[in-house]
Design a protein around this ligand. Structure first.
Ligand SMILES: Nc1ncnc2c1ncn2[C@@H]1O[C@H](COP(=O)(O)OP(=O)(O)OP(=O)(O)O)[C@@H](O)[C@H]1O
Ligand SMILES: [Mg+2]
Length: 250
C-alpha cells in the first residue's frame, strides 16, 4: 500500500468560456517515510497539484489515493504547510496550533499538552502564549509546521515552505522536518514538497518529480540515494543537482 498515489491526474481551469489546461498528465507514488519533491517551472501547476492531493480541488481527470482510499475531500490523514505560515493573528501561537485539533475528541488538557510538545520540538518553548506578530518569519513558519504536524498526519504536504526564509533559518527547519520524518518513534509520515530550489530538493528528497512547463507532464522521476545527512559540497551531490538542472532546462 502506498501513502500517496497520484494517478493520471489532469487539471484545467475554466476561465469564463475558455478552458485553460494546467496539468496535462501526472502520475507518481510516495511511500511511507519517503520524502518526495515536485519541482518545475513557475506556473506549471505545482500548487494546484498539491491542492488536488489535499482534496481541496477535484482533478479534471484521474484520481488521488491516500492509503488506497480515493480522495474526494480533505482528510485528517493529510496536513498542509503553506508558503507563508498563514497564521491567524488574533490567536496565540498555541491556539493556532490547536486549530488542527478542533475536531479531535481529545480533552482540552490533552490538546494543550500535545500542542506544547510539538512547539517545544520546533524550538518555540516560551512562545506558546505570544501572538504571531512578535515572531520572526522563521518562527512563524515553525508554528505553521507545528500546526500541520500536531494532528499526526500520515502525509505532510508543503508548498515552498522554506522559500521566504533566510538560508540559515531554512537550514535548521529543514533538518527538523527531516528528523521528524525519519524518527521511527513518531507516527508514520511521508512528505510531499513543492520547491523551486534544486539544492534544497537534492538535500532532502528520496525522490524528485520533475515537471515540464504548463500544461505539465512528468519529464523525469529521479531517485536520490545519496547517504544522509547530505553534503552539499560533495561531488556526488553536485552531480545530482546538475542532472536535475539539465532535465529542467533540457
Ligand atoms: N483561477 C484560475 N483560473 C485560471 N488560471 C489559473 C487560476 N489559478 C491559477 N491559474 C493558472 O494556473 C497555473 C498554475 O498555477 P500554480 O499556482 O499551480 O502554479 P505553480 O507551479 O505553483 O507556480 P509557482 O511556481 O509560481 O508557485 C498558472 O499558470 C496560473 O496562471
Ligand atoms: Mg506555487
Amino acid at each position: 500500500m502506498h501513502a500517496v498515489e497520484v494517478d493520471t491526474v489532469a487539471f484545467a481551469f475554466q476561465d469564463r468560456d475558455r478552458t485553460v489546461p494546467v496539468i496535462k498528465n501526472v502520475s507518481f507514488i510516495a511511500d511511507e517515510f519517503e520524502f518526495v519533491s515536485v519541482i518545475g517551472p513557475s506556473g506549471c501547476g505545482k500548487s494546484t497539484l498539491l491542492r488536488i492531493i489535499a482534496g481541496l480541488i477535484p482533478p479534471t481527470r484521474g484520481k488521488i489515493l491516500i492509503y488506497d482510499k480515493e480522495v474526494a475531500k480533505p482528510t485528517e490523514l493529510v496536513s498542509f504547510v503553506f508558503q507563508d505560515s498563514a497564521l491567524l493573528p488574533w490567536l496565540t501561537n498555541i491556539e493556532n496550533v490547536k486549530l488542527s485539533l478542533s475536531s479531535s475528541p481529545m480533552s482540552e488538557d490533552e490538546k494543550n499538552r500535545k500542542a506544547k510538545a510539538i512547539l517545544d520540538r520546533l524550538e518555540l518553548k516560551g512562545f506558546e502564549n505570544a501572538y504571531p506578530n512578535v515572531l520572526s518569519g522563521g518562527m512563524k513558519q515553525r508554528v505553521g509546521v507545528a500546526r500541520a504536524m500536531v494532528s499526526d498526519p500520515k502525509v505532510l504536504l508543503m508548498d515552498e515552505p522554506f522559500s521566504s526564509l533566510d538560508e540559515l533559518t531554512a537550514r535548521s527547519l529543514r533538518s527538523e522536518i527531516l528528523s521528524t520524518l525519519k524518527d521511527k518513534n513518531l507516527p508514520i509520515m511521508s512528505v510531499l514538497m513543492v520547491s523551486h530550489n534544486v539544492e534544497e530538493v537534492v538535500e532532502l528528497s528520496d525522490k524528485v518529480v520533475i515537471l515540464s512547463d504548463k500544461p505539465s507532464y512528468i519529464k523525469a522521476i529521479k531517485t536520490i540515494d545519496l547517504p544522509v545527512p547530505r553534503d552539499r559540497h560533495s561531488k556526488e551531490f553536485i552531480n545530482v543537482v546538475d542532472s536535475i538542472y539539465s532535465v529542467l532546462t533540457g
